[in-house]
Design a protein around this ligand. Structure first.
Ligand code: BG6
Length: 464
């Protein structure tokens, strides 16, 4: 078939995302976050025992890294400010001068290289002290401490950073930490706590947005959500209901408050009926109502395939009372990460945002393919030939482009990620970067996908 140009706007963002805790390393950090702590006490939970202590050494290598980002054509980059690095006194929000200086240097370096920064404030990195002392996101006091941290960040960097986000994938915090136990504090079946955490994080995001707006800074603030479309197994009433619940709980519980300042009424009714609805009051609901986002970041990796529930409703409340996931025959898989590859979902998400969320402006803030053992794809010049990653990106971008042709208000695409980085469970098992990182000496080499990105960014698209 004859190829056609998949054309993106001239000012489209081409870039990649990472997070402070996954890239910087522990150097000169004031406090420990939950992952740092988990690694210190249970090193064996991490692939090959590799931890966030050095990560990809962004703390020392940020200058080289920005130069490489520019070289692979990136015009935008997202990272996060670590609460545990910026803040000296977690109760007052007083900054740590060394933390301030580090992020100032990073921001200046991005500017020098013509790279637009998106600064995120929370990427799963609750300070361990606040978890131990107050119960972390279960506590409204911690919500207020987060708002103080946000205020400090805006005061220190608000004049130099134009795009802010409050949270990355907030749903992962209750889901992974309190329902299914794959992130610290590794609790399972804590449904009521998870529901309260969903509310509290929405409130924390709204409070940070309120603070930002009160400072009258020249910029915009949003949130980054992992949206996982829930496709039902069949058109049966039961399967459709299960899919609707999964969408309400895993997507809309953050999407609705972020864009509209309200929670999905059907979800609220159900949680109330089951006696697990969050504790709140009119004042907090009003704060959420008044402080919605300027833009959305959407992380997309894989959909959910959903059917009517199989588990019996017993014990603590769990979302599993209302839905089950099923193994759809014939689905395409990434065998390394165990995630389905379904590029059309990016189109479905875009249409949903266009039709049901007022066509709010948004960008893809993560999308990518983790692969184990990429060393075997090195050619004689030492370059990793990751054609599978290029194919993955092109397929997703083609669907995104189709939605944009139909009016979706998408302004950018940031991949996960620029540099192979440490990850919460997998450490360095699965590599995602445009640029390979050698853990022995922290040297970097551009992969074929990095050269591909440069072409795409220069030409505002690709032949497909
Ligand atoms: C996203 C997170 O969920 O997926 C990242 O925002 C994470 O922090 C990425 O690294 C890839 O997932 P994983 O577990 O394969 O690293």
């Amino acid at each position: 078939m004859k190829k056609q140009k998949v054309q993106f706007p001239d000012d489209f963002w081409w870039g990649a995302a990472t997070s402070g805790p996954q890239s910087e390393g522990w150097f000169n950090k004031r406090h420990e976050n939950v992952m740092d702590y988990w690694y210190r006490v249970q090193r064996n939970d991490f692939f090959n025992g590799v931890g966030p202590d050095v990560a990809s050494d962004f703390y020392h290598k940020y200058k080289e890294d920005f130069a490489l980002m520019k070289q692979v054509g990136m015009n935008s980059f997202r990272t996060s400010i670590q609460w545990t690095r910026l803040i000296k006194d977690l109760e007052t929000g007083e900054p740590d001068p060394e933390g301030v200086q580090f992020y100032k240097d990073v921001i200046a370096e991005a500017k020098k290289n013509g790279i637009t920064l998106v600064m995120n404030l929370h990427h799963f990195d609750m300070p361990i002290e606040l978890l131990e002392k107050y119960g972390g996101w279960e506590s409204k006091h911690v919500v207020d401490l987060f708002a103080k941290f946000a205020k400090t960040a805006f005061e220190c960097f608000g004049d130099d950073v134009r795009y802010w986000t409050t949270f990355n994938e907030p749903m992962v915090i209750p889901e992974a930490g309190y329902l299914y136990g794959f992130h610290y504090p590794k609790l399972i079946g804590k449904g009521k706590e998870a529901v309260q955490i969903i509310f509290n994080i929405n409130l924390a995001s709204a409070k940070a947005i309120e603070t930002y707006r009160s400072m009258k800074l020249d910029g915009e603030i949003g949130i980054i959500l992992n949206l996982t479309p829930a496709y039902p197994r069949s058109e049966s009433k039961e399967d459709l209901e299960a899919a609707r619940f999964a969408d309400d709980f895993f997507n809309k519980a953050f999407l609705d408050p972020a864009v509209y300042g309200t929670f999905p009424p059907a979800l609220v009714d159900l949680l109330k009926k089951d006696n697990v609805l969050w504790q709140t009051d009119e004042k907090e609901l009003d704060t959420i109502k008044r402080n919605t986002v300027d833009f959305l970041g959407v992380n997309y990796y894989h959909p959910k395939r959903v059917k009517a529930p199989e588990t019996k409703r017993e014990g603590n409340w769990m979302p599993d009372w209302y839905f089950s996931e099923y193994d759809m025959p014939g689905k395409r898989m990434n065998p390394y990460r165990g995630w389905e590859i379904f590029p059309k979902a990016i189109y479905d998400i875009a249409k949903n945002v266009q039709n049901d969320y007022g066509n709010i402006k948004w960008f893809i803030s993560e999308n990518g393919m983790g692969v184990e053992g990429e060393e075997k794809y090195r050619d004689e010049n030492g370059h990793i030939e990751d054609d599978y990653r290029i194919d993955f990106y092109e397929e997703h971008l083609a669907w995104l482009n189709k939605a944009m042709q139909e009016g979706s208000n998408c302004f950018g695409y940031q991949a996960w990620t620029a540099f192979d980085c440490w990850s919460w469970n997998n450490a360095y098992k699965n590599r995602y970067g445009f640029i390979a990182v050698d853990l022995n000496d922290q040297s970097r080499t551009i992969k074929k996908s990095g050269r591909w990105l440069k072409d795409v960014a220069d030409n505002h698209g690709f032949e497909y």
